[in-house]
Design a protein around this ligand. Structure first.
Ligand SMILES: [Zn+2]
Length: 390
């Protein structure tokens, strides 16, 4: 019995690997899949047949022959399913939609101050429907949607126990889910942004995502333990998983103490990472406009250079602490993450000086998704569930 269970599992895992491989390439053929994934030709052939029957892949032409039969070119049917993502912040609503490509196909950001009432949630539902209409997304192919909030989300009890940012306490997720026009999940904004970062990755490696927006948060993705593949010797197809913590409060990096007895934090403690590393620390010099801060920094304004140097010093200690705790790459996301690209070397040289093992800071990098990462991640949650089920 055990052997047959294993065979079924291997078959399911291989089917998913084949689909993901096809989905990650523009087009491919069976021999390419077979050699890339080290799965036998006949197995690939039967999986491809199944996926074609399921409608998730199709033939898109033939490759030039070098003698013998021409190989069929196959590709995934990207528009087979769609999902929508919504990001709620204190002053804005962000929207994104995606398909099997897992890219943001369109995004929109609307100024809309948050209100703690049911009417507000209904207005968000209307905005989602407008967005779907404007972009001609076929309703019958919308799998579902996600809403990201700057809040702790207790997924077991389906509750939002608190959001300091929104002043929102003990709200059932159902308040949102029941009013949205499509099957909906509610997520933490930092977890959503981090999901956008890992979803499209071919290589699934552990990763810490540090969200540097008007508050500091993040997420930790860990690689499952079976590093060397399953019992059949196949490379593992297992995806990284998010470490959520016993109380859904993992990765509250903003409230790690960076400076004992330091400046007061909105959480009530002193010297939290949030006080020194939030985007506000920089944007406050320009009435909240972070973009202006970076323009002045680039222009070489000495005061801005000093503030930035101090900011990088604090950020480096935070990132080094995360590296010491998790021993994996650290991705810098959020508002600051989208501007840090040109300055990553400055951060890395600080990290190299702090690194007791390799004297190397190259494990830190800027995020790939700079616009509407939380909205995209909220859309990707259900898309990833769907792709995992293929
Ligand atoms: Zn704090």
């Amino acid at each position: 019995m055990r052997t047959s269970t294993n065979n079924t599992d291997v078959r399911r895992v291989n089917r998913n690997r084949v689909f993901r491989f096809i989905n990650h390439t523009k087009e491919t053929c069976m021999s390419e899949i077979s050699s890339a994934l080290e799965i036998s030709g006949p197995t690939v052939m039967s999986i491809v047949k199944e996926l074609k029957e399921a409608g998730v892949i199709r033939e898109v032409g033939e490759y030039e022959s070098t003698g013998g039969r021409k190989a069929k070119a196959i590709a995934s049917v990207k528009d087979f399913q769609y999902t929508i993502g919504v990001d709620i912040t204190l002053n804005h609503v962000g929207l994104v939609y995606t398909d099997l490509s897992e890219e943001a196909l369109a995004h929109r950001r609307i100024p809309k101050p948050f209100r703690n009432d049911k009417q507000y949630i209904e207005e968000i539902a209307d905005i989602v429907e407008q967005f779907v209409e404007e972009n001609d997304v076929p309703q019958e192919r919308i799998l579902g949607m996600g809403v990201s909030l700057p809040a702790i989300i207790d997924q077991t009890r389906q509750m939002i126990p608190n959001s300091h940012v929104l002043g929102y306490y003990d709200v059932p997720c159902e308040e949102w889910i029941s009013r949205m026009p499509y099957p909906c999940v509610v997520m933490n904004d930092a977890s959503a942004a981090a999901l956008a970062e890992v979803a499209g990755e071919k290589r699934q490696e552990s990763m810490v995502y540090l969200l540097l927006s008007n508050s500091v948060g993040g997420a930790v993705f860990l690689r499952p333990e079976n590093k060397n593949g399953d019992e059949e010797g196949n490379a593992s197809s297992s995806r990284v998983y998010m470490h959520e913590g016993d109380h859904w409060r993992s990765s509250e990096f903003g409230h790690m103490t960076l400076y004992p007895g330091g400046e007061p934090c909105y959480c009530g403690k002193k010297g939290c990472v949030d006080v020194y590393c939030s985007a506000k620390k920089l944007a406050e010099l320009e009435n909240g406009k972070l973009e202006r801060f970076f323009e002045k920094l680039e222009e070489g304004e000495p005061e801005y250079r000093d503030v930035w140097d101090r900011y990088l010093d604090y950020l480096a200690v935070t990132v080094d602490n995360l590296r010491m705790a998790f021993d994996c790459d650290v991705v810098l996301g959020g508002y600051v993450g989208s501007f840090i690209g040109p300055y990553i070397k400055e951060l890395r040289s600080r990290l190299a000086a702090l690194d007791i093992f390799d004297h190397d800071g190259s494990y830190a990098r800027a995020c790939r998704y700079q616009k509407e990462a939380s909205a995209l991640g909220a859309a990707l949650y259900q898309m990833e569930e769907y792709i995992s089920s293929i």
